[in-house]
Structures are given as C-alpha cells and as structure tokens.
Design a protein around this ligand. Structure first.
Ligand code: 5AD
Ligand code: SF4
Length: 445
C-alpha cells in the first residue's frame, strides 16, 4: 500500500458507477467528506481526492475502474500536477480489494458496508499507512453518517441492502452481503430530512427492496403507507424488487396509496423455465406472469420494467425465443438487458456450454429491438394522457424543463416552472425516449 506520506486532500470528487444504490452511497460519501471540511468539486481532474465508487456486476463495469485510474493519473502527469489520492469504493473494492492495491497501487480501498470509515482511511493514507477496509461490520454504517444535505426534487433512500437469493450469475450476495433491512424509525427520520432538504419524491432502494421487513412484522407496504403521510412528500417509488417477495399488501398499496407511483421494476431475467432454474431464480415464467396479472388487476395503468440476461450458459435459440415471447406478452414500458458476463466466484462461472459472443450479440440486438418497440408503443399510447409532472431539472433549451411522469417517462415542458414543481400536464408528442407536455393547470398536486 502507499508508503510515502501525502498532503492531506482539501478537495474531493466522487464518481459513481452502476446502480442507483451506488449513486446513493456516493452522495453519502460526499456528505461525509464535506462534513470533514473537504470541498467537493465537479471536475475530477481538479480534486486532491477522487473516490471511484465502483460496480462489479459485469466484467465491463469492473474494468472501467482500472481505465479511470489510468486516465486520472495520465492527465495529472500531463498537467505536471501530483497524481490525486485515489480511493476505490463500492463493489469492486469489496470483491477485489487486495488485487486493486497490487494492480493499481491506489491509496484507499473501502467496501460498501464500511464507507463511514472513509475519512479515517484517507487520513491514514495521507500519513503513508495502509488504508484498506472491506469489513462487513454488524453495526450499520448508517448510524455513523452525517445528516442529509440539500438534495434534488427526487431523492434516493436505501432501506434494504444485500441479497440472500444467490442467483447463480450474480455477485451481489458476495459484494453487498446478506439481506439487511434498515430500521423503520431510521428510514422515516431520513425521509423527513430528505423532504426538508428539498425532495418531493423518494425512491426507496434495495437490492431486494420488497424483502424489507422489521422485527415488528412490518413489510415494505407499511413503510410506504407511513411515508404517504409525510407532509411535503408527493411521490414514492421503490426499486429493485424480486418476484418472490411481492407481498399482497405491496400489490394492494398500488391501489390504495395515492403517492405510490404506478411503476414496477420487476426483473425476470429470462423467459424459459429451464434457464430460470439454472439461474436459481426460484420462480417460473407462468408464476411471474400471474403475479403481473395480480398487479394489473389492482392498478391497470401500471408501467412495467424488467431486467434481462441473454446468453446464460447453455441458453438455446428456442429458449431465447421464449424470452422474446415473454416480452411480447408483458409489453414493458422500459427495460434493461445485458449479455451474460461470467463473474468470478459465482456458480454459473463454472458452467460449460458458454454461448458464443456473436450469438450473444445477435440475441441482445433482437431483444433490445423488441424492448425498444414496446417502449415506443407505451410512450405513443400515453399521448393525450393527463398527469402530474415532477420537475427535476432544466432542459437544454431556454425555458425548457425536464420532469418525470408518474410512469417514469422523461417529459419536456416549456414555461415558467421551478425544480420541485408538480405541474398538471397533458402528454403530447412522443419520441422513443421522451415526451413533451402541455400545461393543463398549474400546481394541481
Ligand atoms: N451478467 C450479466 N448481467 C447480470 N446481471 C447481474 N449479474 C449479471 C451477470 N453476471 C444483471 C441482472 C440484474 C441486473 C442488475 O444486472 O439482469 O437484474
Ligand atoms: Fe443478484 Fe439475484 Fe440477488 Fe438480484 S436477486 S441481487 S440478481 S442474486
């Protein structure tokens, strides 16, 4: 590890890769460093300390950390400046901590469950000591984090972390650890703080967010009902869910809780029961479809989203065709799809019968064409709908704003608005990725 003392950093930059939970963790690390008196900078090249908050989910995501480290150092050399102190956080840190130190000689390595120790690790690195912490302490990091600062109109709030499902392709149970739910009261406190800091929408985050529970027998829907009563909070979302944790109470919340948005991200991964079994998904295609029927029965306008993996080892053309058939049956409003990437230490990485790269490419293209078609169709079908838009940021054009519909569509709106406004609009012209809105009545929410 670094052996020479360095000047303690005064400025920092946090760069998060991967999922929304990393975005949340990145915000909390930034708050932590700011509380220590460091000044945040938007330009990584101008920072004394760069925190790379990494993702390990696929090989490509993992490799990004090494190219980023190389780029940061090269640009510092070109400017004749000292290389910044580099802290690798997130899931690559957890999975490959020692290797990163060996391969890239970074100053600090900190895992996703111990980043509350970041200031201490940075201080240790500055004095030339080894600074690696990938512990998964029983005591929660959340208790050691400073209060929330100003946030945008839409904020993330991690309520659950980790995964006990052990899908055979996935590193999450190893990098994020076992399923843990944060306490009810701590979540409500943080939600209040987020609303005070400007949030009008909160997205509850968890690797299996719908597995959230507490010792008093509460489930995610109880949390949602409590948040619905929070003055100033207009919208609630949650992600990512597992089909097997979709309790009836949560389904009914989509009917009964007005501030719970009509959107459900429910990954299925594949459309063949044999592949699902090989993935250890513990649900069938039919079970998934019946679940969606139950959700649609209580909330007919719900927008559905999912995750898919193509080219899982042994996936045949006929099995892939079943995925396309499932997509046709569901009609997703949006979805994410990936080529299978073998991850070290996962059971699937040992499976023979790898699908050739060109076959995977071709399947991904066909799947994405189908998903894009359905997303465009969903957007086209929304034209003429009246709904509330939450304004999240300025658009690129003068007087233009960007907001989200209840169905998580990006909507452009021109006029005299402000971030955090809730504007009643009629959805107009639809593109594949966004729509435009026309104001109906101002601030009707
Ligand atoms: N290869 C490809 N995609 C993966 N995902 C998880 N692990 C892998 C892997 N090894 C995808 C799944 C998951 C999403 C977050 O990433 O679709 O739902
Ligand atoms: Fe990974 Fe499966 Fe857990 Fe999702 S449910 S985090 S895909 S192991």
């Amino acid at each position: 590890m670094s052996v020479t003392a360095k000047t303690p950093p005064q400025t920092f930059h946090v760069k998060s890769f991967g999922c929304q939970m990393n975005v949340y963790d990145g915000e909390r690390m930034a708050e932590l460093m700011a509380a220590e008196g460091l000044v945040g900078t938007a330009d990584a090249d101008a920072a004394d300390l760069v925190v790379l908050n990494t993702c390990h989910i696929r090989e490509k995501a993992t490799e990004k950390v090494y190219s980023d480290i190389g780029r940061l150092r090269k640009r510092a050399r070109e400017r004749g400046a000292d290389a910044p102190m580099i802290a690798v956080a997130g899931c690559v840190a957890q999975a490959e901590g020692e290797e990163i130190v060996r391969r890239a000689k970074v100053d600090v390595v900190v895992g996703p469950q111990s980043y509350h120790n970041l200031p201490e690790l940075v201080a240790r690195a500055a004095s030339g000591e080894a600074a690696l912490d990938t512990n998964m302490p029983l005591a929660s990091k959340f208790a050691h984090l400073p209060a929330r600062r100003r946030v945008g109109a839409s904020a993330f709030l991690t309520v659950q972390e980790g995964c006990d499902k052990f899908c055979t392709y996935c590193v999450v149970p190893y990098t994020r650890g076992a399923e843990v739910s944060r306490p009810y009261a701590a979540i409500l406190d943080e939600a209040r703080a987020l609303v005070d800091a400007g949030a009008r929408e909160i997205t509850l985050l968890g690797q299996n967010v719908n597995a959230w529970s507490d010792d008093d027998g509460r489930g995610l829907h109880d949390l949602i009902v409590a948040l619905d009563r929070l003055p100033g909070l207009a919208r609630i979302r949650y992600t990512t869910s597992h089909p097997n944790d979709m309790a009836q109470g949560l389904i009914e919340a989509h009917r009964d809780v007005a501030s719970l948005m009509p959107f459900l991200h429910l990954p299925v991964q594949a459309g063949s029961d044999r592949v699902l079994r090989a993935m250890n998904r513990a649900h069938t295609v039919d079970g998934y479809l019946r679940l969606l029927d139950r959700v649609r029965a209580v909330r007919p306008d719900i927008a559905l989203s999912g995750d898919f993996i193509v080219g899982f080892p042994g996936e045949t053309e006929a099995e892939f065709a079943e995925t396309l058939r499932l997509v046709d049956r569901v009609g997703y409003a949006q979805a994410f799809s990936f080529k299978y990437s073998p991850r070290p230490g996962t059971p699937a990485a040992d499976l023979a019968a790898a699908v050739p790269a060109e076959v995977m490419d071709e399947r991904l293209q066909r799947l994405q064409a189908a998903l894009n078609r359905d997303q465009a169709a969903f957007n086209a079908a929304s034209v003429g709908r009246r709904c509330t838009l939450l304004i999240e940021r300025r658009g690129k054009l003068p007087g233009q704003w960007l907001g989200k519909s209840p169905w998580l569509q990006s909507v452009h709106l021109v006029g005299d608005h402000a971030i955090g406004d809730l504007v009643e609009v009629t959805l107009a012209a639809a593109g594949p990725n966004s729509l435009t809105g026309a104001v109906a009545v101002r601030d009707a929410a």
